[in-house]
Ligand binder design. Sequence first.
Ligand code: CMC
Length: 372
Amino acid sequence: MTDTIFKPGLEGVIAGETTVAAVEQSSLAYRGYNISDLAQNTTFEEVAHLLLYNELPTSAQLAEFQTVLAQLRPLPAEVIQMIRLIPTEVPMMDVLRSAVSFAGHFDPVKGDSPDDLRRRAVWLMAVCAGVVSARYRLLSKKEPVDPKPGLSHAAQILYQALGEVPDETSVRLLDLTLTLYAEHEYNASTFACRIVASTMSDLVSGIVTGIGTLKGPLHGGANEAAMAMLKQFDSAEEASEWIQNAFEKKQKVMGFGHRVYKNGDHRAHILEDELRNLAEQKGQQKWMAIYDAIKEPMVTQKKIFPNVDYPCGLTYYLLGLPIDMYTPLFVCSRVTGWSAHFIEQAENNRLIRPLSRYVGSSAREVVPVDKR
Ligand code: CMC
């Protein structure tokens, strides 16, 4: 055991190799493409194709990808029925976790070759989007609506949730967040997914594990937690007072900090610019003032920068989406990255099984139950 290493939280440990994404202090790239380039020049469907099929699609490949996605989009009636049975107060992330697991029993894709797994991943993209929209709809006391042919993935999510074709700004911004959220190498949920793949389990189990792991507020749950924090304030002054108090109490501020990025998250920069335009367009600068009142002291006094979840929470809020839907929307995107990693792990597998350092009781003998 002399050559073993121990790092709490596996911080700084390289736990495997990947070709899917590179997260570095100064850059983020999906399969070699810089995130800013992708955010400016591609749609989420192109990014999903890149992650699952290793390359950006040609026009013909994109059309084929969209056709397959459209064919796989309708949710099995049983899944909608199951969502109806879940009490209304259950968080949408829990509904999504259960519904994806249940949908797995109606998997239309047979086989387990890498191509079957890619197709199953496209189906899971459709399932996650369908479940989120259907749940939103049912909570609004309205019936789920069928998919509308010809809409992008982002537009489809909004259309099936709201029941009307969404405006261009909402679609563009949701599409952008889906691109920014799609992949981030060995983050906690992706690593959890890879562990599932490494036991030669199935993709649906991997995605369900990913959802359960993403839910926590130290991970994807931070977009909801960040907005819940901002919503407490009626003014920038209130937010300024609160943050100084939070510093005194050494409180974690959601939507800030990152295990890898210590000088800022590229995704947050990209989204924040768009968020500022959105707030201005909607006459909602009050929210930007509150946003900045938390951000400014975090950056200048603590040197802790916003991560993507900070601007994302407010972006979704200004688009009129309920807070409970934010982390589920993250899932609608990250299901692509999880699947790409699952397939990569399955194609070149070695069981992931680390060691632990035992710090419990020293050796002792059992005393019979009547003598304890
Ligand atoms: N608010 C206040 N202090 C913080 C924060 C924060 N958000 N993040 C880090 N710190 C402090 C932390 O208390 C510690 O201080 P000290 O050295 O005095 O004990 C120092 O910075 C180092 O932090 P750490 O906890 O050792 O850093 P980590 O690499 O373990 O944590 C993190 C990374 C993301 C868990 C953490 O920054 C955090 O809890 N952030 C809030 C939750 C959040 O926004 N999560 C989203 C992560 S990124 C996108 C995603 O996955 O969804």
